[in-house]
Write a protein of this length. Structure first.
Length: 470
């Protein structure tokens, strides 16, 4: 999830750019309970409220509640833990104690909570080309059939089995989850790729493995894909039947369009004119061509445009989703720094148009977007989805105001940068309900929901026409 918009030119960050951002950091931390890391887990208070404790950066822990509140726990010298708000460094007054976590008991804000037991099955299965992938099925502890959500990666290189808290948050709400490390990450074999076609085949294999393990406990099954996963999940749904698709902060435009849209949005937010935005898009287009060529051609045009515009006042505000990575560097520096990226860049489908795929998906889809998303601007994607809804496609669109990439609300720091404070209220509940029923009902925070036409929804859910609700 994108928080502070200040990035060095680094391999790790560039590997994330083609998915808008790294969803993995938004759901940090699964480690099986042990005497060392016994804090990690989902816990229930006596009033049934849930708090999830996950690993975070360094020696900190991240807590999340199903209502979207979250913070980072820091251990003090006396063994107690205190929290800071969201992704800020500001104390929020929450406290935790893990002195009895080995027995499954913790205290949060002075109240006792108890670890929620799950039925957990770790597995290895074959993805495209026979590549061995590491997965995990997490089900509520019972014998009853439940819906299962297959969690599809964003572009992060981290292990999803270690970093996705949805693998606990959903089962705590009686919805199963299957999490797996994408090829080239965590415990999975193969080479990391950003090829949507390959990743979609891997997702289908993950879905089939989840169904195999769950057996009669699988009531219904579908995908949840965030960021880059928003391109992959619908594609996978065209290759094998599923019951639902959930896309979180994804895009219905191409990778090239993503960068262009971000340039436009950022320049407008900074008060630049249409003429200045057009100039910025010239530079962005040249940068995008360099990426698309694998840094093999287009340097003369890129250098000429940078020289032409670099002294104009607007130039310092040119950013984009990945244009900004190469703006400060010479052609020689770009070639040198890009050596390790060429294979990955060559596999990235920069011109992939998701619209034919979205038209072909027959299963109900839920698209959850942030109105203020800078990394995956939502305006054009929302417009396109509304067009598909008007055509009768079984798509539900939910737009959360004041939500960033990762579906987090934010505040603006003194330096003008956004810092996330919490997940949007209703976000987790909306995914849970759609996994259960294939539709949403009621209100979810301040979201504006556009529902599909009545005749495009499954039998039994055809009582309402397309509406907008808040």
């Amino acid at each position: 999830m994108h928080r502070l918009r200040i990035h060095p030119f680094s391999l790790r960050l560039i590997l994330c750019i083609f998915s808008a951002a790294c969803i993995g950091t938004a759901f940090a931390g699964h480690v099986e309970p042990s005497t060392v890391d016994c804090q990690i887990g989902a816990y229930r208070f006596q009033d049934v409220e849930i708090v999830d404790i996950a690993q975070s950066e360094g020696k900190t822990l991240r807590w999340r509640k199903f209502d979207g509140t979250t913070g980072v726990l820091h251990k003090k010298g006396d063994g107690s833990w205190t929290s800071t708000l969201g992704w800020t460094d500001r104390p929020d007054g929450h406290t935790a104690s893990f002195t009895r976590c080995a027995t499954g008991e913790i205290e949060f804000d002075g109240k006792k909570a108890y670890r929620i037991p799950f039925d957990v099955t770790d597995t290895m299965f074959e993805g495209r080309g026979g590549v061995k992938l590491a997965g995990r099925l997490v089900l509520p502890k019972s014998n009853d059939p439940v819906p299962i959500v297959v969690l599809i990666h964003g572009a992060e290189r981290e292990s999803a089995r270690d970093s996705y808290a949805l693998q606990r948050l959903l089962p705590a709400e009686n919805v199963g989850a299957f999490v797996y490390d994408k090829r080239g990450t965590g415990g999975s074999d193969g080479k990391y790729t950003q090829d949507f076609d390959t990743l979609a085949d891997d997702a289908v294999a993950a879905m089939r493995e989840a169904k195999r393990i769950a057996g009669t406990r699988c009531a219904r099954i579908g995908y949840q894909g965030g960021s880059q996963g928003g391109w992959v999940a619908p594609l996978a749904a065209t290759r094998a039947p599923v019951d639902f698709v959930i896309v979180s902060f994804g895009l219905a435009v191409s990778v090239i369009d993503e960068d262009q849209e971000e340039v436009v949005l950022e320049m407008r937010l900074k008060g630049h004119s249409q003429r200045e935005i057009s100039k910025a898009l010239e530079v962005a287009s040249a940068a995008e061509a360099l990426f698309e060529s694998g840094f093999t051609k287009g340097f003369e045009r890129f250098d000429a445009l940078r020289a032409k515009y670099r002294n104009e006042p607007w130039y310092k505000d040119l950013h984009g989703n990945y244009t900004h990575f190469i703006l400060p560097y010479t052609a020689a520096e770009i070639r040198e720094k890009g050596k390790d990226l060429i294979l990955i860049i060559g596999q990235t489908p920069f011109r992939y148009d998701p619209m034919p795929t979205l038209r072909a998906v027959a299963t109900p889809q839920l698209w959850i977007l942030g109105e203020d998303d800078l990394e995956a601007p939502s305006a054009e994607t929302s417009r396109r989805l509304k067009t598909l809804i008007a055509e009768g496609k079984p798509i539900t669109l939910a737009l959360f105001p004041h939500a960033e990439h990762g579906m987090t609300e934010y505040e603006v720091a003194s330096n003008g940068e956004r810092v996330s404070t919490r997940y949007a209220p209703g976000y987790f509940a909306m995914m849970r309900d759609f996994a259960r029923n294939g539709h949403v009902s009621g209100s979810y925070g301040s979201s504006v929901v556009v529902k599909p036409r009545a005749d495009s929804r499954p039998p039994g859910d055809r009582t309402k026409t397309t509406t907008q609700t808040r």
